[in-house]
Design a protein around this ligand. Structure first.
Ligand SMILES: [Zn+2]
Length: 86
């Protein structure tokens, strides 16, 4: 719209998202729905205190959805919505 060519846009966001999905996993607390981001599930849920084994690892597709929604700054809302559909 502003007349800037395609070369004026940096593909930074996509790269960041790819990097994130590659190095981290998402784990969902099956008790309260809390989403943990990291290499592995936390020892205890920071929200409800559930044990590590109560966490389910989310699939790559679900993780991609969450990361794709990151740019909207509504990630927490998106996570809640997504978590309730899993
Ligand atoms: Zn929990």
């Amino acid at each position: 719209m502003c007349g800037a060519g395609k070369d004026d846009f940096e593909p930074l966001e996509e790269d960041v998202i790819k990097e994130k999905t590659k190095s981290t996993k998402l784990f969902k607390c099956t008790v309260c729905g809390f989403i943990h981001e990291g290499q592995e599930a936390p020892d205890a849920c920071p929200k409800c205190g559930a044990k590590k084994r109560k966490f389910d690892e989310l699939g790559k597709e679900a993780a991609d959805k969450i990361y794709a929604s990151d740019r909207t700054n509504d990630i927490h809302m998106e996570i809640i919505a997504l978590a309730s559909t899993i």
